[in-house]
Design a protein around this ligand. Structure first.
Ligand code: SF4
Ligand code: MG
Length: 319
């Protein structure tokens, strides 16, 4: 609820100027049990920061995070550490996310130990079960990360995330570093495990075809704000926000069922240090009106559980 995160950059480093980065600017969404919310947008839109805020890998500047109705953003660090097992993350890069000096067994035992998931006598059996669950075998336990392909390493990353029996998992671009040929295998694995284990996912990706494949509902993010939300099929068939339309026009893959005039996505996403006034998309929007530069559009509810933040829409009708 109303999640915000700003960073101070105090001195000029690596060509980044001084100032305040408003990475997340008031994000609201709900994810139901067993559901996947797809979070999509260009890089620099604040998707990963949002995922990290929910897991408290970063402390929010403002806002609440509720897990099963309980506000977990105000729980002290020690108490939160126990809840950590309920909230896990699968990272984008399976190469850097696994310690190359550790065997797969040691990598998987670590969380079992920290969170006391099973007793030490059962570690080996549990490691075998986790490896089977992600399509590997117990013979793989003694190997090191470099002995596996990218897709297999991501399977290990998934096994590690699920070793603590979480309720909620942030999948942060889990296939974007992988060959296209193995992407769908990993996506299908995450979806099968979700169904089997009743997991809820926040699935972050910039690739629309990935988002369409895995999501029940989709939230589109631009410069730290969600500009449109809705069920996956209606959102893809009939995108409402000009930014969503532009993203779909820019997608290299044909999106089935898509019927819209193409909108060119002009230029680069502005810096999160200089977010445009009013509607942050106005510098790139072909529909820009006078009001857009001055007044930020509010989220408006449309039909069928859809919401959009754009001055073209007003209480359920398109102007
Ligand atoms: Fe475009 Fe205005 Fe809508 Fe923003 S509010 S997306 S600038 S029409
Ligand atoms: Mg990211």
């Amino acid at each position: 609820q109303n999640l915000k995160k700003s960073f101070q950059i105090k001195s000029k480093v690596l060509g980044v100027e001084k100032g305040v980065v408003n990475a997340v600017n008031g994000v609201n969404f709900r994810i139901d049990k067993g559901e996947t919310l797809g979070l999509v947008g260009e890089s620099g839109s604040g998707k990963s920061t949002t995922g990290r805020l929910i897991l408290r890998l970063l402390e929010p500047t403002e806002g609440k995070i509720l897990l099963e109705g309980k506000d977990i953003s105000t729980i002290g660090n020690r108490a939160f550490r126990k809840m950590r097992k309920d909230l896990q993350i699968v990272f984008q890069n399976p190469y850097s996310a696994l310690d190359y000096k550790m065997t797969i067994e040691d990598i998987l035992i670590q969380p079992l130990q920290i969170f006391k998931i099973v007793s030490p006598v059962d570690y080996r059996q549990e490691v075998g079960r986790l490896l089977n669950m992600v399509g590997l075998t117990k013979q793989d336990a003694k190997k090191f990360p470099h002995e596996f392909s990218g897709g297999q390493r991501q399977r290990i990353g998934i096994a590690r995330a699920l070793s603590t029996k979480p309720k909620f998992v942030v999948c942060d671009e889990p296939v974007s570093a992988l060959d296209v040929s193995v992407q769908s295998q990993i996506l299908n694995l995450t979806m099968d495990l979700q169904e089997e284990l009743g997991l809820s996912y926040l699935f972050i990706a910039h690739d629309l075809s990935v988002i369409r494949h895995v999501s029940n509902r989709v939230a589109v993010m631009y410069l730290g704000k969600i500009v449109e939300k809705g069920p996956v099929d209606t959102l893809f068939d009939d995108p409402k926000h000009p930014y969503t339309k532009a993203l779909m026009s820019a997608s290299p893959l044909p999106i089935p069922g898509r019927q819209l005039g193409r909108i060119e996505l002009k230029g680069e996403i502005p810096s999160a240090m200089r977010i445009p006034s009013g509607c942050a998309f106005h510098t790139r929007c072909p529909y820009k009106m006078g009001v857009c530069e001055m007044t930020p559009p509010q989220m408006i509810a449309l039909e069928e559980g859809r919401t959009v933040a754009c001055h073209l829409y007003h209480e359920g009708v398109q102007l």
